[in-house]
Design a protein around this ligand. Structure first.
Ligand SMILES: [Ca+2]
Ligand SMILES: [Ca+2]
Length: 117
């Protein structure tokens, strides 16, 4: 689903799109929730939305739940590039490589929610 619908699904369950703040958390999310490349129809086909966006100010990525700056990042080479087949890219997805890409918020992907205890 698109980023906003994914966010709504998380919120509806008293959760938020996952916010990744360390390398170990990034690895854990990747290993726990993402399939291996062999299990994906394509490299791009299995990415998941996470809670970062630069919608409000281009190039300034924040965690959506409280707008705090994204400090830890794991961008894939060349990203964020704000360029996609049909426009700008303002929502962040985690790829099966464990690296991040800015994607078009309208793109349909899986997603990972997180819940505070
Ligand atoms: Ca952008
Ligand atoms: Ca991108």
């Amino acid at each position: 689903m698109d980023w906003d619908v994914a966010k709504g699904e998380c919120n509806r369950n008293n959760a938020k799109l996952v916010e990744i703040e360390t390398e170990s958390e990034n690895s854990w999310i990747m290993e726990t929730f993402l399939p291996t490349e062999a299990d994906c129809p394509s490299f791009w086909g299995c990415s998941v939305w996470i809670g970062a966006t630069d919608r409000d100010m281009e190039g300034r990525f924040v965690w959506d739940s409280d707008q705090r700056p994204v400090n830890f990042t794991r961008w894939s080479p060349g990203n964020p590039n704000n360029e996609g087949p049909s426009g700008e890219q303002h929502c962040v997805d985690l790829m099966i490589s464990g690296e991040w890409d800015d994607g078009e918020c309208e793109a349909l992907m899986g997603f990972v929610c997180e819940m505070d205890y």
